[in-house]
Write a protein that binds this ligand. Structure first.
Ligand SMILES: [Zn+2]
Ligand SMILES: [Zn+2]
Length: 194
C-alpha cells in the first residue's frame, strides 16, 4: 500500500474496490491473458449460521484473466479465513475456506439486445467486479457443520459437559443420574408422616 488513496469515493452501495479488476491491458484480444494475485478485504455478510468470513479479513486471490471472443474468462482461486463455532461442542473455531473460481464475464450486450439473465455476469466497461462471483463461490463452500476438529466428541447430552475435557468414561447410568436420587430415598423410606 502506498500512501495514496487509490480508491475513489466510488461506492455505489457496493463493496470496496478490492474485487474490481481493470481489463484494459487485455485489449479485448482473444487469447491475451494476465495473471494477478491480490489480497482483498472480505465484504460483509458472508456467512451462514455457524461460520462466517469476517468482514474486512484478508482474502488471497490468485487469478488469471483471459480474453475470449465474448468477454473475459476468470479462473483461479480465493482463500478466505473463517471464524465461527463448532457445531458439536460450540467452541469457537477458526478455519479457512478455499474456493476455485471459473467465471465468464461477458462484454455488455449491445443496446437493444435484451440479455437480463441472472446467470450471466457482465463486465462494466473495462472493469470486472469479482465480488459477486466470489460471494457465490464462498457461500456454496461454507461447511454446514463446522467442527473444531474432525473427531470432536461434542457435548454430553445429559449434563452438557465438553466430552473432550471430561473423563473418558463420563456417562450417566441410571445408578448415578442425580435426578433419581431423591426418588430412591423416598422408596427406602417407610415412614409415613401423619
Ligand atoms: Zn468441537
Ligand atoms: Zn454428562
Amino acid at each position: 500500500m502506498s500512501g495514496a488513496h487509490s480508491q475513489g469515493p466510488g461506492g455505489h452501495g457496493r463493496g470496496s474496490g478490492d474485487f474490481v479488476f481493470d481489463m484494459r491491458s487485455l485489449g479485448r484480444q482473444p487469447g491475451s491473458f494476465r495473471d494477478e494475485t491480490r489480497t482483498a478485504h472480505a465484504p460483509g455478510g458472508l456467512g451462514s449460521g455457524l461460520v462466517l468470513v469476517p468482514a474486512g479479513a484478508d482474502v488471497a486471490l490468485d487469478l488469471r484473466f483471459e480474453a475470449v471472443s465474448e468477454g473475459v474468462l476468470v479462473t483461479g482461486s480465493a482463500v478466505a479465513p473463517l471464524s465461527g463455532e463448532c457445531a458439536r461442542c460450540l467452541d469457537p473455531l477458526t478455519s479457512s475456506v478455499e474456493v476455485s473460481i471459473q467465471e465468464l464475464y461477458r462484454y455488455l450486450p449491445d443496446p437493444g439486445e435484451d440479455e437480463t439473465d441472472d446467470e450471466v455476469r457482465f463486465l462494466d466497461g473495462d472493469r470486472l467486479d469479482l465480488e459477486p462471483a466470489f460471494r457465490d463461490a464462498v457461500v456454496l463452500a461454507l461447511p454446514l457443520s463446522p467442527l473444531c476438529r474432525e473427531d470432536c466428541p461434542g457435548l454430553c447430552p445429559e449434563c452438557g459437559v465438553r466430552l473432550a475435557d471430561a473423563d473418558p468414561l463420563h456417562g450417566h447410568g441410571e445408578e448415578t443420574d442425580p435426578r433419581w436420587g431423591p426418588l430412591r430415598q423416598l422408596d427406602v423410606s417407610d415412614r409415613v408422616e401423619d
